[in-house]
Design a protein around this ligand. Structure first.
Ligand code: SF4
Ligand code: SF4
Length: 119
């Protein structure tokens, strides 16, 4: 069985419309969570009341210990982020949370920007 290894110590390319929306289909805007400051969480809710922002569960605080205390989660694990449009672009691109601006910060499976590759 192939083993997942980190084959690159840094991004292999930069995020772009062509890479993230067209080639990848904005995979990280579906089925994930994003870490927000409480202020960002309030801002997201004002932009669209359908956004589900919640506190981190205790096990999530431990698992994601690198996140500053008090962060909240924008949870879209069950589907697309409410801001994701049909053309796979972000409806609030200019106002998106910081987590979306800096992602990916580590290798992710199937990510074209910073992939984890099978050995
Ligand atoms: S998974 Fe990677 S390539 Fe795909 S949208 Fe996210 S950052 Fe871009
Ligand atoms: S706010 Fe925009 S960039 Fe962030 S997950 Fe939602 S659609 Fe993607």
């Amino acid at each position: 069985m192939p083993t997942a290894t980190v084959s690159a110590l840094s991004r292999v390319r930069e995020p772009s419309l062509e890479t993230c929306a067209v080639e990848c289909g904005a995979r990280c805007c579906r089925g994930h969570v994003a870490y927000l400051t409480p202020e960002e969480g309030d801002r997201m809710r004002r932009l669209d009341p359908r956004v589900w922002v919640r506190d981190m569960a205790p096990q999530e605080v431990l698992r994601y210990a690198g996140n500053p205390r008090g962060h909240v989660l924008m949870d879209f694990r069950s589907g697309p982020c409410v801001f994701l449009q049909a053309d796979k672009t972000c409806r609030i691109y200019a106002d998106r949370p910081n987590a979306c601006r800096v992602f990916p910060t580590a290798p992710h499976p199937n990510c074209l920007v910073w992939p984890i590759e099978s050995a």
